[in-house]
Design a binder for this molecule. Sequence first.
Ligand code: SF4
Length: 499
Amino acid sequence: MGVRAEITAYLRDEIGAIDKEAPESVALVYPSPYRVAMSSLGYQTIYRTINSIDGMAAHRAFLPDDIEAWRHSGMPLVTYERLRPVSDYPVIAFSVAYETELAGLIETLELSGIPPLASDRTSRHPIVFAGGPLTFSNPLPLAPFVDAIVMGEADQSIHPVLRAIFDCDSRDSALRTLAAHPHVFVSGLHGDILPPIDKADSQKLPAFSQIITPHTELRNMFLVEPERGCHRGCTYCVMRRSTNDGMRVVKKERVLSLVPDAAKRVGLVGAATTDHPQITEIVNALADTGREVGLSSLRADRLTDDLVAALRRGGHRILTTASDGSSQRMRDAIQRGTSEEQLRRAALLARRHGLKRLKLYLMVGLPGETDEDIDEMVEFGKELSSLIPLSLGVAPFVAKRNTPLDGEPFAGINLVDGRLQRLRRGVRGRVDVRATSARWAWVEYVLAQGGRAEGLAVLEAVKSGGRFSDWKRAFDALPADRSRRSLVRPGNRLGRATA
Ligand code: SF4
């Protein structure tokens, strides 16, 4: 498919896109492909917010599905709403969710004909800033590529940030004005000191979809956030209670009032949706209208007979929850607050209500984990699979800034792969195991704990082709004394490992 045809095909199937022309316009860029971007509630919310401001418009652009095809087309990256080159806009705003999306940010700048390094740009280039979920932990590797970073929830700060940029008559004065904002990091003025993350006023909640499209992971689903944040204290989690004072709840009536008549599928999205005191009523109310209901982040201790029955009415076929630690010892160590008994009960509830499968998420490579912890999950997984078909979704542990486990080393690719093998071998024929890559988890780790130098290494990796070997070479070339960020080379094992 040609690059213009790709855009036309996506636009044709959208409901809710905003077609606004305004004197002040922003290219709102997502550094991953369209189908990922349009599943992002934060991206969709900022799109609507900017377009609701008098005299301002936001036009979307994405990392192309086929970057090479786009490059060969010779066409610069353009916005979907206007087919206007991204480089023509005075302001480019990126929404960044994950560490490895830095590569997409670099690629989109290059495809736009904009030098990726902020230091190579001049006053004729747009002002480039970033926000998004990554700013809750460690956006410092983005610093060489952007002029500013909006920290935390940008629901209300996006307006003054854009006003500051459009009202200033020069790039320098705009950046000085932004630097005075309590939640904006300006790369050239703030060194490596990040300001605190912002917290949106409760009146700004909930976030909800603007555009419904069949071309996302969550096909044709209207997303709404019945609560934001979490009051729990899992020590690996960026969204724990210490972030923005815990959970903020939106009343059932308000949530339901936002669901458009045309939405046949509704996704309730949030850090801890099952902790919403009215979650069962919300799911039932949606199911009563014949809608399919999706729910993120089900906590096993919150699963009741009524809630699982409501989920079944809302079309759930799989009950998904998390163990996170592979053993009770590990769950306790990370303060997960989930017991075997609760997980067993989740399996029984799923079976009782006719769901087809239980899916459990867990991490391997947590600090202090041993083979015995994996063996406990093997035995427990076999037990659960005798109650209901079981899948395990396994991710290597990556320590994040702004959490109590910040600074814990990466367990090592060999160790994580060894533990995965042990788990797979132990449950073979009984449990379906899907795991994310240990090698890319190591990349994520280096960036999660890294700074500007690690960010610059990503530029080298992208230039070299973006394969894992390119990333490894670029990170290995960093000075060896980069302290804790280079604690473990990718193949190493930790002292306590027995794998
Ligand atoms: S992992 Fe879930 S329950 Fe734990 S603190 Fe994070 S959002 Fe809350």
